[in-house]
Design a protein around this ligand. Structure first.
Ligand SMILES: [Zn+2]
Length: 327
């Protein structure tokens, strides 16, 4: 997908076009936002625009030699840095290769674009090497860093970038777009699950994640309500995708805290689970909920590094089993 026009990108796109119009294209851009907002698609659409030989005011031509190369994914001026393996960091070797490429002038008369996907995967060494690229910028080269975790980037890198923060679109925009993708059922619960990010909501719909999430919720509920065994559940859970599961736990816990303060159900993140959550809230103690929430927050960092996910989920579920009100 090289020229995806997501409706929620329109303002960001105009912002990027203004750089070109005013001839003030920065050396580095930082696109920040949660998963599922299409950061990569926006960056790559802009890259194509900068390389297009006959762009119009709003978009690339899609027909020139440069566009054809770009669409075929073979344009020599388009470079994407990412981990060689999923979940690993972007290594210094990848950076060395990049630096060799940057010594040469960009081919053709247009721009060269380097996308770093995702910048939080730069480790200490590669981040230092990358900083050197930013400090001695090659000509006609734009770096676009994408990030979901801006707080994990070195301040020295952030300070050299123009920032663009992508946020989740209005629910109506996201729902309409899901409709265009053939998703009509459970739009809002899917969007809630995806923190409002339409592409992630679509992904969840295609993977039947709502069903999985409902099953996980029922299992989680059974620990407090039916004294189910946390160790056995951990054995089942550690085989699932850890990050989304942790996000679900966080959102359920936030909702439980809201329920203990009698917040109306329309303000819950999981409003489709409102009555189950309200019932559950009466069975857990508020101070234990806060402790549990603190543990989950810590685990959002630990899950990226800790290899033993089973132990991690055991600790989570044992702590959860102790959140019950003592009777
Ligand atoms: Zn073109």
């Amino acid at each position: 997908m090289t020229d995806s026009h997501y409706p929620w990108h329109e303002n960001y796109w105009q912002h990027l076009l203004a750089y070109v119009e005013q001839q003030r294209i920065p050396q580095a851009l930082l696109l920040q936002g949660i998963t599922g907002l299409g950061k990569y698609q926006l960056a790559s659409r802009f890259a194509q625009y900068l390389m297009c030989l006959a762009p119009n005011r709003q978009s690339s031509c899609h027909h020139c030699a440069a566009c054809k190369l770009f669409i075929a994914n073979t344009h020599p001026n388009f470079i994407v840095l990412q981990p060689e393996e999923e979940g690993k960091s972007i290594t210094i070797d990848v950076l060395r290769q990049l630096m060799q490429q940057l010594v040469l002038k960009p081919q053709y008369s247009t721009y060269r674009v380097v996308i770093v996907h995702l910048a939080e995967h730069l480790n200490n060494n590669s981040a230092n090497a990358f900083l050197k690229c930013l400090e001695e910028p090659p000509e006609r080269t734009l770096f676009i860093l994408l990030t979901e975790q801006v707080q994990q980037l070195p301040a020295t890198i952030i300070s050299r970038c123009q920032k663009l923060v992508l946020t989740a679109p209005d629910a109506t925009v996201a729902q309409q777009w899901l409709g265009t993708q053939g998703i009509y059922e459970s739009q809002q619960p899917l969007l809630n699950l995806a923190q409002g990010a339409p592409l992630l909501a679509l992904d969840y719909a295609q993977q039947n994640s709502l069903q999985l999430r409902n099953q996980c919720f029922a299992d989680w509920e059974s620990i407090v309500k039916a004294n189910a065994c946390p160790i056995i559940l951990a054995e089942k859970w550690y085989k699932l995708a850890g990050q989304p599961l942790l996000q679900w736990l966080i959102s359920w816990t936030e909702d439980l805290i809201k329920c203990t303060f009698q917040v109306p159900s329309r303000f819950l993140l999981n409003s489709d689970l409102a009555s189950a959550l309200q019932g559950l809230a009466t069975g857990v103690a508020l101070n234990n909920l806060f402790d549990f929430y603190g543990l989950l927050m810590k685990d959002t960092y630990r899950i990226q590094t800790q290899l033993n996910k089973q132990l991690l989920f055991e600790e989570i579920l044992i702590t959860w089993s102790q959140a019950k009100v003592k009777r």
